[in-house]
Write a protein that binds this ligand. Structure first.
Ligand code: NAI
Length: 472
């Protein structure tokens, strides 16, 4: 057992950890990044990236099948899931290898080991190959251990019949039917992925509608699409358990006090995620958790123990990769002695459903709860030239502004390329823009971005391509 002295140790090479390790190297801090599995964490290996690869491939198949309205006809798509998986795997390999290269290239040491606190400045590293443990002594320690899916009683994950997001992303064939438990981000993204290439989809959601954390009008557009593609949605429902029957799972679902049985070849459990802190022995360092098990941090991402920081999913909602990487870079600067704090005004969120949903800033209800009198501008893609030209006219852009000073408080988009369009809204809110700042900015024509400009104008009664709600 050797004792290694470092200025900083980062635990976890996911999006909450590796950017910190890279920045520490750039800032000249003697640092080590330790990871027990592959670099890249959930996002690169079993989350954002592989899901987006499968989503884009199956969107292509779906679009091709519906291209006859544009005068182009294809036969029914043939899906080679093995080849799709291989292609997806190649992307993941490229990115994860890139992460390791960047960490080392910037002068931060990378080790594959499992970390466990021995004290506030001491961490034990254990190696899978049986090499003797090492001890790292570091002035600064960053915990970026992420999150894992929550399990529900009665549904042990076997990654065959009952899968979590990891198993769903590895399916070697298109299942004939899939029952998704949980109508949130993961359930809908992955459920629609397979639905688009022929899987009969059923979504079981505990609350009264899909995507309960999003505005109802946004969620409704996706709900309609799932139904239009032949899916079933059962709300106010709890999955209780299942039995194997004829090569399928017969799932008992409780709805309105009655038990209903739904059969599906594959059951995807997507009811949320929980932080990973077990096995770290955080108690030996004295790090405080909240009542949900998340690590409590301040605006410098520092825990209650000076010199111990935490970033990403392990510090709480929203559990989003871009939030994690931002926090990760903040910590590197804090450790390097800069006066940086995490003062981001907005954390955009994207759900890669069909169509996509993206939000930045406050919803109308959130703005009103904060005491704002608000105006809302809305512009539907159905009247936008570019949306018509790509035959993707479902959805709208909604801009929430303060009715008094016209400052942009929030933007939400459901529709084509919402994931990319939202970046403009994030920048606008981060820079403290007013609705006319967006409305008077010349947006290229014909593009989807014009919908944001028109919605901002609509909020102040100046939209040109739609009736305005009021005279100024
Ligand atoms: P989620 O919290 O988005 O949705 C879980 C849903 O399951 C909720 O609607 C909840 O009401 C429902 N539910 C809970 N228990 C249930 C039960 N027993 N029966 C039926 N329904 C039940 O969680 P999800 O989809 O697992 O995603 C986890 C996290 O991962 C999200 O919070 C999100 O931040 C992150 N994520 C982000 C993505 C993105 O940025 N595009 C994509 C996927 C995940």
């Amino acid at each position: 057992m050797a004792t290694i002295k470092k200025t900083a140790l980062v635990i976890g090479a996911g999006t909450g950890g590796y950017p910190c390790a890279i920045r520490l190297g750039q800032l000249g801090v003697d640092a080590m990044l330790v990871e027990k599995a592959q670099p890249g964490g959930v996002c690169l290996n079993i989350g954002c990236i592989p899901s987006k690869a499968l989503i884009s491939a199956t969107k292509l198949a779906h679009k091709a099948q519906h291209a006859d309205t544009m005068g182009v006809s294809f036969g029914a798509p043939t899906v080679d899931m093995g080849k799709m998986q291989e292609w997806k795997g190649g992307i993941v390999r490229k990115l994860t290898t890139g992460v390791k290269g960047l960490v080392k290239g910037n002068g931060t040491e990378y080790r594959e080991a499992t970390a466990q606190f021995l004290g506030p400045k001491q961490v034990k590293l254990s190696y899978a190959d049986g090499k003797p443990d090492d001890i790292v002594e570091a002035e600064h320690i960053v915990v970026a251990t992420g999150s894992v899916p929550i399990n529900i009683p009665g549904f042990d994950i076997d990654q065959k019949r009952i899968v979590d997001s990891t198993g769903a992303l590895e399916l070697d064939h298109v299942p004939e039917s899939m029952l998704v438990i949980g109508g949130g981000y993961i359930g809908l993204e992955l459920g629609q992925t397979f639905q688009r290439v022929g899987t009969k989809l059923t979504v079981v959601e505990g609350l009264d509608r899909l995507l309960p954390a999003m505005d109802k009008d946004l969620a409704q557009v996706v709900t309609k699409q799932i139904k239009a593609d032949g899916g079933d949605i059962v709300t106010g429902a709890r999955a209780k358990g299942w039995t194997e029957r004829n090569g399928k799972a017969a799932v008992a679902v409780e709805v309105g006090g009655q038990i209903k049985e739904i059969e599906a070849e594959v059951v995807l459990v997507a009811v949320g995620r929980r932080p990973v802190t077990g096995g770290l022995a955080l108690d030996k360092a004295g790090v405080k958790l909240d009542d949900k098990g998340f690590i409590v941090v301040d605006e410098r991402q520092q825990t209650n123990v000076p010199g111990i920081y935490a970033t990403g999913d392990v510090v709480g909602q929203p559990m989003l990769a871009h939030k994690a990487s931002h926090e990760s870079e903040v910590v590197a600067e804090v450790i390097a002695g800069k006066k940086t704090i995490n003062d981001a005004r907005v954390i955009p969120a994207v759900v890669f459903t069909e169509p996509e949903i993206a939000t930045a800033g406050l919803s109308k209800a959130e703005a009103e709860a904060k005491g704002h009198k608000v105006n809302v501008g809305k512009f539907p893609f159905s009247v936008l030239g570019r949306a018509m030209a790509i035959d993707e006219t479902k959805g709208f852009v909604k801009v929430v502004i303060d009715a008094e000073d016209e400052r942009v408080l929030g933007v939400s988009i459901v529709g084509p390329e919402a994931s990319d369009l939202i970046a403009e809204a994030s920048l606008a809110i981060e820079m403290g823009a007013y609705a006319p700042d967006i409305g008077l900015t010349i947006h290229p024509h014909p593009t989807l971005s014009e919908a944001i400009m028109e919605a901002a104008k609509h909020a102040v009664g100046e939209a040109v391509h739609i009736q305005n709600p009021r005279k100024r």
